[in-house]
Design a protein around this ligand. Sequence first.
Ligand SMILES: NC(=O)c1ccc[n+]([C@@H]2O[C@H](COP(=O)([O-])OP(=O)(O)OC[C@H]3O[C@@H](n4cnc5c(N)ncnc54)[C@H](OP(=O)(O)O)[C@@H]3O)[C@@H](O)[C@H]2O)c1
Length: 226
Amino acid sequence: MKIAVLGTGSVGPTIAAALSALGHDVVIGTRDPKATLARTEPGATGGPAFAAWHAAHSRVDVATFADAAARAELVVNATNGAGSLEALTAAGAANLAGKVIMDVANPLDFSRGFPPSLNPVNTDSLGEQIQRAFPEARVVKTLNTMTASVMVDPASVAGGDHSVFVSGNDAAAKEIVSGLLKGFGHRDIIDLGDITTARGAEMVLPIWVRLWGALGTGAFNFKIAR
Ligand SMILES: NC(=O)c1ccc[n+]([C@@H]2O[C@H](COP(=O)([O-])OP(=O)(O)OC[C@H]3O[C@@H](n4cnc5c(N)ncnc54)[C@H](OP(=O)(O)O)[C@@H]3O)[C@@H](O)[C@H]2O)c1
């Protein structure tokens, strides 16, 4: 499948590399491809510098948000939650119409320092904001409840014996996303329901952040025992 991964932090390149390794035709979207390709400083969350990452993954093209989305059949939103609507607006409503947006972003609000709070929260979610802003797109919230490396290689933690959630209004879009999740090795995919259920998936983040602090690692995940 032709897939645009919007985001050049630790999540975007991790998902792009995994999808490319699975045989998909992947392009990464960013605000300024030239500046992004020139980045030699390590990623904010400890990943390699983008230039070094791209040298090792040259099959993945790098383009503006709009060019990347225009070429793709499916778009992954792996941009900063506070900038996701801006990034998707730059991608262009026409380039997103009819397409699945696999939204892995979290609306973390660091305005009062660490730990972050969520904005929106409780009665709204980033997944819903994106669906409202791009009504012709088919938004599926998923993977936001685990760290990037676990998203694409769940077996790296507890042999992959854990759960991942999907939320969205479009059953066929959730099927397509579930296919990608299975390709990553996820076995327990829980359909929470329509896009309003993204509130629940996003509100996992306050406990995720405290677990990260208590365990000293992001290499963990949730298992829904039942
Ligand atoms: N880190 C994790 O393990 C993890 C796990 C679960 C979920 N998430 C979520 O996944 C998303 C990506 O996280 P990350 O840690 O990889 O990177 P990040 O630093 O949160 O986001 C980096 C990306 O956001 C874009 N961006 C930032 N502000 C923007 C703005 N105002 N307008 C347009 N684009 C903007 C950047 O664009 P440029 O490319 O132009 O710089 C870059 O591509 C976040 O929403 C995060 O909460 C992260």
